[in-house]
Design a protein around this ligand. Structure first.
Ligand code: G3H
Ligand code: ZN
Length: 286
């Protein structure tokens, strides 16, 4: 049974901690994330991007992997399943499928249109008890060479008035690996937005931001921190090291067994997530 996260993130905002939102790509990723959540007894948000859903064979399979893994692993902490950076069609599809949360990302649209479409998604989602995240301003794209754009206080107020449950704000954050000359987060703007609206605020591009900046952002109102690249790097590093160390394993040792090959990377994701939870200050539920 999936949780829509409304209470979880409200509590986080109120008590100045954050809950991680971790992107999944497949069964291994999903299990690694659930494992870390269960071991730390902390609530978790698992999110599926449009690209990851395509890779997995669709939104339905992605949801089944999460729910069936929760059952198989006897997961007892709250789990939110969120569509990450969905377009209008994807958001509608995930609402119909019963995702417990959707992000409608209309940042590339003119603000009026982003707002109008967000309202439609809010209506469809709220009828079913599903929560909605919207994006204002622009999260930068390191790989895509798309510059970020600061979210405005005015937009924050308008989107909250439209009924969104969580708000992703461009505050100098960037998806992917941060460039060496990155200027850091814009705490002044974050504070202005946090003073103007009381919904939980979302920090995208959470990978690679120094710990002090993550903590300061949380103290100012960030309640959900999105992490994707960090786990990909952890998976890659552990997998590469394993491959290097075991490259001479012969057939007798079953060096080709995918269950062996994928295990170190999977464990590295669980470890990386447990460390992240300490940064975010996510409290154990009992
Ligand atoms: O929506 C997903 C996140 O914003 C992840 O960003 O890959 O930089 O951690 P990241
Ligand atoms: Zn993002």
């Amino acid at each position: 049974y999936l949780d829509n996260g409304n209470q979880i993130f409200k509590d986080a905002r109120k008590n100045h901690y954050a809950v991680g939102a971790y992107n999944t790509n497949n069964l291994e990723w999903t299990r690694a994330i659930l494992q870390a959540a269960e071991e730390t007894r902390t609530p978790v948000l698992i999110q599926v991007s449009m690209g990851a859903a395509k890779y997995m064979g669709g939104y339905k399979i992605a949801k089944d992997i999460v729910e069936d893994s929760m059952d198989a692993m006897d997961i007892s902490v709250p789990v939110v399943l969120n569509l990450d950076h969905g377009d209008f069609e994807a958001a509608k599809e995930c609402i119909a499928l019963g995702y417990s949360s959707v992000m409608f990302d209309g940042h590339a649209l003119p603000t009026d249109e982003n707002l109008a479409k967000t309202k439609e998604i809010v209506k469809l989602a709220h009828e079913r008890g599903i929560s909605v995240e919207a994006e204002i301003g622009k999260i930068g794209e390191n790989q895509g060479a798309e510059g970020g754009e600061l979210a405005s206080v005015e937009d924050a107020k308008a989107f909250v008035a439209a009924g969104v449950d969580k708000l992703a704000c461009g505050i100098g954050n960037i998806h992917g690996v941060y460039p060496a000359d990155w200027k850091g987060l814009n705490f002044d703007r974050l504070k202005e937005i946090a003073d103007a609206v009381s919904v939980p605020l979302v920090l995208h591009g959470g990978s690679g931001i120094p710990e002090e900046q993550v903590k300061k952002a949380i103290s100012l109102g960030i309640s959900k921190v999105n992490i994707n690249t960090e786990f990909q790097l952890a998976f890659q590093k552990a997998t590469r090291e394993y491959f290097e160390a075991h490259k001479d394993e012969d057939k007798a040792n079953k060096g080709y067994d995918p269950r062996k090959l994928l295990l170190p990377g999977t464990e590295a994701i669980t470890d990386a997530m447990k460390e992240m939870i300490t940064w975010l200050g996510t409290p154990s539920i009992d």
